[in-house]
Write a protein that binds this ligand. Sequence first.
Ligand code: DNO
Length: 345
Amino acid sequence: MKMTFRWYGEKDSIPLRYIRQIPNMYGVVTAVYDVPVGKVWGLPEILHLKGLCEKEGLAMEVIESVPVHEDIKLGRPSRDALIRNYAETILNLGKAGVKCICYNFMPVFDWLRTDLKHVLPDGSTSLSYSHDTLMKLDRNSLRLPGWDESYTSEELSGLLEAYEGVTHEKLFENLVYFLRGIMPACEETGICMAIHPDDPPWDMFGLPRIITCEKNLDALFAAVPDRHNGLTFCTGSLGAGRENDLPHMAEKYADRIFFAHLRQLSFSGEKDFAENGHMTSQGNLDICGVVRALVKKGFEGYVRPDHGRNIWGEEGKPGYGLYDRALGAAYLNGLFEATEREVKK
Ligand code: DNO
């Protein structure tokens, strides 16, 4: 595996040289943040970012994310031009040596949590989700911090209205249409598309969510069997769906998993959870079992520690401080090293 760390570009408060000091760090996962969604990322911007990373001895082979314009998810007539732009971005990323793009197909909202400073028994804080609290929020005036992008109230109402009548089936068709449109650019560059599961993996505010479980993933890979169509195996997202057996899924989809986000959850109710330190013993997800399944299948993709807690007084971006993610990376390094040695015996 290749260990990576998410870095939010030049505005990130964490310097690349600190990331480089985490043992076994291969590269960073980043994005060009100042190009509006739907526009082409130019080669000069991409090369500038790559140059910053390489100057610190870090590879830039994974992009998280090239966001998908809502018109593509909605299947609006403008989608063809937007898909062409996305393909052009892929071609430019390919010229810069990028190998994998993490993206999602969640309507309107990315990941959702109800508390970004949930206090854990040891005094650290993490992100948490309470289903009752979420249900009580007014979706039209929603202001949840922490997304990569947020909308004005007018944009939000317009979008929510546009999604009325977009069923799971329709959204899935639109995803397949999008992927078929960009596969030629992936073939040409060798770039693999790694869809991020919906987080949490159930419908939100009446909006359909379609990358939630094995059934959806089977359908996706059957509809677009191209080898460049794959998955970001996010344990925290899929793992919130209690029916998902993560080690089994890791083994089943190993040859489609190009990128793994490994993190822990502690369940506190039927749908409720709080994030925790990465170790298997710190929550309900079998991180050790997932790593074992991947290693057994000869996984050689990218891995990153995912959301960390805020510890040692750090006031980092929720989920994306330095310290606990660095501990997560160290833990995962050890787990992979021990498992690889054992499996190869
Ligand atoms: C949250 C992240 C997501 C992810 C996108 C991928 O912490 O895992 O925001 O980057 O869903 O497009």
